[in-house]
Structure formats: C-alpha cells, structure tokens
Design a binder for this molecule. Structure first.
Ligand code: PA5
Length: 427
C-alpha cells in the first residue's frame, strides 16, 4: 500500500546494512530484544480485543448522540495519534467545518492556564463529554485538566450525569486514574500492558476519539493489518525495512537530522506524532537521529534556505498522497496581469506535485538524500497502513542503532525537578 521511492538517495550511493536490519526485524518480531515487554503493538492489528473494540464504537455513538463537543485529555502518546488521524482524515479545521459529529478539543497536553480558559470559553454552555487518557494514570498535565473538567461536568450534570459523560482510558489495574474511575463508576478502556504510549494509537487511546469524529476505525485497523502482513511477508525487502535501514545508513554518514516533509497542511499532526515516535524511541544513550518536520511548500519560504544550503546534516523523507480528495482549478484570466495563464485549467494538486518534484530535485542537488513515501489516497486504510509502517520501521531502526526503542528514561528528569519546585511530597 505504501510505495517507497529511493531514487532520490541513489546519488549518495547508500550501502545499507541488510544483515543488521534482518537481525533487528527478528529481534522485534520474536520479542527477544530490550523492551520486549512493550512490543504488543506488533501483532495488535490482528489480535486486538474485539469486545472492547465494539464498546469503543458504542461509546462513540453515545457521545455523538448526547454531546456537541468531546474534550480529549491526554499528553504525548495519549493524544498525538488521535489528533493526527482526525486532522489528516477529516481536517485541521474539523471543529470549524459543518458536520454532524461533535467538535473535538484536546486538553491536558500542556500547563497553560490561558489555553485551558480559552477552551472553556469555546465549549461554552454546550453539552460535552470527556475522554481522559493516561496509561500511567499519574501524569500531571492531564490530571490537572481532568480535575477541572470533572468539576465542571459534575456542576453541570450532577455526579450521576457526569458519570455518563466521562470515559477513562488507562491501565487495566494500576494508577490514580484507574482508582478514580473504579470508585466513580466511569466507563473505562484499557491501554494494554505491552503497548507503550507512543505506539498506542490503534488501541482505545486513539480509537475512541477517532471514532467520535466519524472515522471508520474498522477500515483503519484493516489498513494496519494489511501493512503488517505485507511487512512480515517481505521482511528485509519490505518498504518499512528499507526505510529503516536507509535512515540508519545516512545517520552514520553524518545525516543526523531527518526532516519529514509533507505537502498537505492536514499532515501537520501526523508529523508531530512521528516526531514523538522516533524521538522518544531513538534518542537515548547519546545517539539518535533528530526528527524534525516541515510543512511544504510554506516552509520553503522560511526553512527552505537552510535545507538547501545550510549545514549538510539533513536527510529528508517526503510523504505524498497520489490523489487529492478535492480538486481546485486555476481559472483563466483574460488580462493575465499576474502572468498565471500558463497554469489556467491546471488543478492545484497537479501544481503541488510539480512543486514536490522540483523541491526533491533541488534538495538532492543540495546534498540532501530524499526518500519519498507515496500513498494512493488519504483514506482510512492508507492512514492505518502508514501508522503501522512508521511504528514497525521505528522498532527496527531503534534496534539497528543499539537502543531500547520502547523506554523513555530521559522523560523523568524534568518531572523530578518540577515536582521538587512545586513541593510535591517525596521530592
Ligand atoms: O510514549 C510515551 O510513553 C509518552 O509519551 C506518554 O504517552 C506520555 O508521557 C503520557 O503518559 P501517560 O499516558 O501515562 O499519561
């Protein structure tokens, strides 16, 4: 489903390490490497909990029926995937567009009082529900937001009414959120023990908000399933494996930053999700490709100069969708004062593709190896496939670089300092 075009790297004569890649795939698939208790996502598209999946679909219907807005509370892996899929498959302007599904707001992904108060204003007196998501159940940012929204719901609907509108996605047994949910009788969904936050978009973590937005989660899972089957059948020659070994090869050649480039603004949060996936999985033990992203063509007018001409430490991966969902044509103009008649009748997607090809060629000339991932359409199956593609490639790439791709010890450092400064007991 995902076509990998490596012609833009050939000039750099890559010699990727297929043997190391094969060993990394075996380690991942057979669960014999570091962090192997967090590789449940590898088989997830085949072996997910069907009963819980049906409960997710039922909960989404209930929210759609009784709420004008859904507040999704979570941070990092507990929100980026859902936001990415909703923006890519619906729109970054989803809330502003006419629709018969609830607005979806994201909260608890920072500690800005201003952002939270603005969100309260936007919700106003409309009916709303809350999906609070935290695998650990103890993360400060979502916990603060949830305390505020829980109080609001209880004031608005009473304790019993609020109970009907709060959905908690968390560990099956541990953590403060699980304790609270059990005590208050909230409907809960499980983040499986063996799936870490940044690999959890295809669990209830991502699926409930995504389904609320009216996206077909069956088709999303089907896309991931197909991609998984293809990768496992093709092994080291699969597109995911090729991508993983290519990026590791270029890293060793000094291309220490990978920019993910897309030509659709709707892709912006997919890139944010990708940055977390790769940054948190690979950036440890003093090594790791730094994942960055650009939104093209807009960033060609800001970051384009650096990419073309700055320090030669960049490798680039482009994600491109072959077919646009809607077509806009450039009109013809008799006077042609803007000189654009040479484009009259052309679709914007045609021009966008030419811009991609031109930029790709320029960057290759400028010393940046460019890999292109092409997807036919941006529909549910394609996005499910892309998610699985990036997750699998990330696990393989992480093992190839010798790290444990499934832990995140570095994330604790700021928390300890913050808890100390805030006077949290025990710090
Ligand atoms: O990938 C991860 O593990 C992290 O980004 C977590 O998702 C993030 O820190 C949120 O954690 P939690 O879901 O426990 O609140």
């Amino acid at each position: 489903m995902i076509k990998l075009d490596l012609t833009g790297t050939q000039k750099f004569a890559p010699a990727p390490d297929a043997a190391a890649c094969k060993a990394a795939i075996d380690t991942l698939v057979h669960g014999t490497g570091a962090g192997n208790d967090f590789t449940g996502w590898v088989d997830l598209p085949e072996h997910y909990d069907r009963a819980e999946f049906a409960r997710i679909q039922a909960a989404a219907k209930k929210i759609q029926a009784n709420s004008k807005a859904l507040v999704v509370i979570g941070i990092g892996g507990s929100y980026l995937g859902a936001r990415a899929v909703i923006e890519l498959l619906k729109s970054p302007n989803y809330n502003a567009l006419p629709k018969n599904t609830p607005d979806i707001y994201f909260a608890g992904n920072g500690i800005s009082g201003e952002a939270l108060s603005e969100l309260l204003t936007m919700i106003g007196d409309r009916d709303f529900s809350v999906n609070v998501i935290s695998k650990s159940g103890t993360t400060t940012e979502p916990a603060i937001a949830f305390r505020i929204f829980r109080e609001l719901l209880e004031k608005k609907y009473g304790k019993d009414g609020a109970r009907e509108r709060i959905f908690a996605t968390t560990d099956k047994a541990r953590g403060a959120l699980k304790t609270l949910a059990t005590q208050e009788g909230y409907e809960t969904f499980v983040v499986p023990d063996n799936v870490g936050g940044r690999y959890s978009v295809l669990t209830a973590v991502g699926l409930l908000p995504i389904a609320c937005a009216g996206i077909d989660i069956d088709r999303l899972m089907r896309g991931a399933q197909e991609e998984r089957r293809q990768i496992l059948a093709e092994g080291v020659s699969s597109a995911a494996a090729q991508y993983a070994m290519q990026r590791q090869y270029f890293y060793k050649q000094g291309k220490k930053v990978e920019i993910l480039a897309a030509y659709e603004p709707a892709f912006r949060f997919m890139a944010e999700w990708w940055k977390q996936l790769y940054g948190e999985s690979e950036g440890k033990d003093g090594v790791g490709i730094f994942p960055a992203s650009v939104d093209l063509t807009p960033d060609l007018h800001s970051m384009g100069q650096y990419i073309q001409d700055g320090e030669r430490m960049l490798q680039e991966t482009v994600v491109f969708f072959d077919h646009a969902r809607t077509e806009v044509r450039v009109p013809s103009d008799e006077e042609n004062l803007d000189g654009l008649n040479y484009l009259a009748g052309r679709t914007m997607s045609y021009i966008n593709e030419k811009a991609m090809q031109a930029t790709r060629a320029a960057h290759i000339d400028g010393g940046v190896p460019v890999t292109v991932l092409r997807l036919e359409k941006d529909n549910e199956e394609a996005v499910g496939a892309l998610i699985y593609f990036f997750e699998f490639a990330c696990g393989v790439s992480g093992y190839m670089s010798g790290v444990n791709p499934f832990n995140q010890p570095g994330v604790e450092a700021y928390k300890k300092n913050m808890f100390h400064l805030l006077g949290k007991p025990g710090y």
